[in-house]
Design a protein around this ligand. Sequence first.
Ligand code: IMP
Length: 432
Amino acid sequence: MANVAIIGTQWGDEGKGKVVDLYAQDADVIARFQGGNNAGHTLVVKGQQTILHLVPSGILHDWKICIIGNGVVVDPKVLIEEIEKLKSRGVLPPNTRLFVSDIAHVIMPYHRRIDVARESHGMGKKIGTTGRGIGPAYEDKIARVGIRICDLLDEEVFREKLNQNIDEKNFYLTRLFQEEPLDKEAIYREYRTYADRIRPYVADTSIIMNDEIRKGKKILFEGAQGSHLDIDHGTFPYVTSSNTVAGNAACGTGVGPSAVTAVVGICKAYTTRVGEGPFVTELTCEIGDSIREVGQEYGATTGRKRRCGWLDMVLVRQSVRLSGITGIALTKLDVLTGLEKLKICVGYKTPQGEFTESLPSNPRLLAQCQPIYEEMDGWTEDITKATHIEELPQNTRRYIERLEVLAGVKLVLVSVGAGREETIILKNPFDG
Ligand code: IMP
């Protein structure tokens, strides 16, 4: 029996929500291991759109255990809002079990303020963050001054840690950015109320995870963002502040690496990116605009326009290598319907005129790389009703067969529309 990690192979927004939702049906436990409310999954439930930023999307299935692991940074206000929203829509039934790790770090108001101030004051490099305080919260974790959920729940420890932090953060905000200082007492009172409201959900989630694994239950590790936003392996510095690769599924939930037995890489049929940073196959022409409109490529968290471009197999292959991907779930293939010609990037030409099949680490060189494309004929037929590969038009099949060869990994799923049923299932990753 397999435990499956799902990760994005590009820069996030690959359509993980739908795939996680599908695989959640087969899983007993769905666990998030990194990121925070910078992520966003749009799900259509009972005809209503539900956008989740923190709670694993598996919450919509009865009887599942949903875990927000220790590797996640938690904004308690957002968590409470999501819990309330789900309850009011009747999609957080009492038998759904949601647990938040007691050692996950808490996003504080000063994290959000610092994130936004840095981005808006024009000092240093603009990353195009989501402004949710993700980076500053992870910084405090690494600097060993962060406040964890267990600290938040303890009145005395919380008071002490808030005291330690607030003077330094206010100094930074007021002196460097000429911002108003934050009110310590107001934060203390606000966060005490959050502590009481999240307390019923807080647990040592490593124990729960390991118990469930011992019982032979099936685990789905739900990644957020994408491989190329990884803090170590991504297009640094235009990355998020956590490890998004599959290796972090274990560390971010408190299980051993042997617990992750299969890795599904989600790959969108084209490429998108939000925020700043190099994007070799970006289309700044009408085709890019058309992909954005048809694919509704606007951020679920910030509403920002996503930059769109051709499928870049250099990115995808690197993800396969970084995460040991065992199967690829191809998403949003239907968005390409109607384009006369399609291009797949198979390598880059470096500024020195050399051919490379991997991303140069130096951002200056990467920004100057030119895509090397293979051109293919597109298709015009509606593919959204296809339930088997054989039902796809010949040109569609050529496109995905080429993708499979270039990735060096088999497809496990092809998504041909937004609905759950608009999916061609080739292999269930839980079958091992
Ligand atoms: P942060 O995670 O808010 O610090 O943002 C850092 C970078 O990651 C920015 O370029 C964001 O646009 C990007 N980013 C963060 N979360 C997501 C996501 O869920 N999808 C796509 N990009 C993301």
